[in-house]
Design a protein around this ligand. Structure first.
Ligand SMILES: [Zn+2]
Length: 188
C-alpha cells in the first residue's frame, strides 16, 4: 500500500520520464544521420536556467557539459534562479537499468519548469570522467528537447544515441555532435 501511494504521487509530479540505458541494444539500423529526433516539446526561448546539485565527482563534469551545449548551439544554459528550468543531481539509485534519467512535463508544447535530471551512481560512479560526461551530455540533450537517436555509425552518431555503450564505449562520443547542433538550432 505504501509503495503504491508513493508511485501515484510520483505519477502526479512527473508526466513523463526518459530512461537512458547503460547497456547494449539489439537491432541497430545502419542508416546515416539525416535528421534529428525530437521529444515534441521545447522551452520556447533559448535561455534555459538550471541548478547543478551534483556531488564533487560530477560537479565540474556537469559544468563542462553545460558549457559544451551552450557554446556549440543557439541555446544557452544559465545558472541560478529561484525557479530554475531544471536541476541535475547524482545519487545511488540502484540497479534500475538506466545510468541517467530525465523527468519532465510538457504543456502545450512547452516544458514545465522543475525538470529533473538524475545520474545513477550505481553505474556511473565507476565510469571514467569522459564516460560520465557522455551520460550527462546525453541527458542535457533531453532537457533541450531532443529524443534518443540510434542511427548511424562512428563517428557520425549523435550524443543522443540511447545507450551509453553504443554512444561512448563504441564511438567515444561525449560532446555534442553535428546532428545535435542542428537539432538544437532548429528548436532555438
Ligand atoms: Zn536518452
Amino acid at each position: 500500500m505504501e509503495h503504491r501511494s508513493a508511485l501515484l504521487r510520483r505519477g502526479v509530479h512527473f508526466a513523463l520520464a526518459i530512461l537512458c540505458a547503460f547497456g547494449l541494444v539489439a537491432a541497430l539500423p545502419a542508416v546515416p544521420a539525416q535528421a534529428t529526433n525530437y521529444e515534441g516539446c521545447s522551452w520556447g526561448h533559448p535561455g534555459i536556467s538550471y541548478v547543478n546539485n551534483t556531488s564533487s565527482a560530477y560537479q565540474s563534469l556537469t559544468s563542462a557539459a553545460l558549457v559544451n551545449w551552450s557554446n556549440q548551439t543557439d541555446m544557452s544554459f544559465n545558472a541560478g534562479g529561484s525557479n530554475p528550468g531544471f536541476s541535475i543531481t547524482d545519487g545511488g539509485f540502484g540497479n534500475t537499468g538506466w545510468d541517467g534519467i530525465t523527468y519532465y512535463s510538457c504543456s502545450g508544447g512547452i516544458f514545465v519548469k522543475g525538470m529533473l535530471v538524475r545520474i545513477n551512481g550505481y553505474y556511473a560512479d565507476a565510469y571514467s570522467g569522459q564516460k560520465k560526461r557522455a551520460v550527462i551530455g546525453h541527458e542535457l540533450g533531453h532537457v533541450v528537447g531532443l529524443a534518443d537517436r540510434n542511427i548511424g555509425q562512428c563517428p557520425n552518431r549523435s550524443i543522443m544515441w540511447g545507450d551509453t555503450f553504443g554512444r561512448y564505449d563504441v564511438c567515444g562520443i561525449f560532446t555534442v555532435q553535428a546532428d545535435d547542433i542542428q537539432g538544437a538550432n532548429t528548436l532555438y
